[in-house]
Design a protein around this ligand. Sequence first.
Ligand code: UDP
Ligand code: MG
Length: 320
Amino acid sequence: MEISSLENNALISWVIPCFNEADVVEVTIKRIKEVIAKSNSIYKHEIIFIDDGSTDQTKDIIKSIASKDSRIKLLVLSRNFGHQAALQAGLNFAYGNAVIIIDADLQDPPEIANKMIKLWEEGYEVIYGKRESRRSESVFKRISAKFFYKLVRYLSDFDIPLDTGDFRLIDRRIVNALKLMPEKSRYIRGLISWTGFRQTYIAYERDERFAGKTKYSLRKMINLALDGLTAFSKTPLRLATYFGLIAACVATLGILYVLLIRFLTSTWVPGWATVTLAILMTSSVQLFCLGIIGEYIGRNYLENKDRPLYLLDEKVGFDS
Ligand code: UDP
Ligand code: MG
């Protein structure tokens, strides 16, 4: 960041996707306002909420607060498009020199943002939050997250940091880069790693959700995981080849064995077990490989349709 833009009253945008967060948004806004009040006053701030098709009062609560505070803005999507699409909607409408991405549920303490801003002033383009401990989360979530992040890192062709969510500060250059990426299956934290530039992190303790339950259903988590895996690696496709090779080796041994028994002994019997096992084995390997290929073809199919990532129903607090 150049000093000149600091002097020019640089703008910092907060981007906060919300899906049925009526129980928390009021407190979230209060906490963020406190953080802003304590921060360096040379910056202006805007706080952009994205209502991702909530069916509760989220939208109304934000609207009523926005009517009294011009810093607060709201984008209402026409239905639930998912966290990553909602996040991108916010990024598309954020004008800040830097953008802070944060969840609505206060699991990521907004107070860390001021430290992120300091690092941004030092010249980093990406400052992500690294979760030191996830004590407050369920054992299943902790184990599945650990396994998933390790797998993505192992499979992808470049470094995606472990144990990070979308909580981070990104410079305008990164926001612009994200806007250049047309993909619909978005795994934004991976796309941000992909951009390069100067990236660093701040370690923090992930708090408990302030209120309500997780909005990431198991289905949404699996979708995100598969988006992350397929977007950054072709390795799973190669698995089909490996499985095929291994299956061929095992099959060769099996064939030799069957032939030996058949021609060199008199104890051969119709091999019900062998046949059944062979069928089970090969068909499951084939189905698995087909599934992997399907994941890629399915994504290709969706990308090719080129539908918009989300549709807007309403904009509140924006100039145009
Ligand atoms: N979220 C969203 N759309 C969705 C699911 C989640 O905008 O379809 C938002 C949610 O309101 C929250 C953030 O994404 O601000 C992270 O979700 P959550 O806290 O439920 O996930 P977790 O922390 O349990 O992984
Ligand atoms: Mg959460």
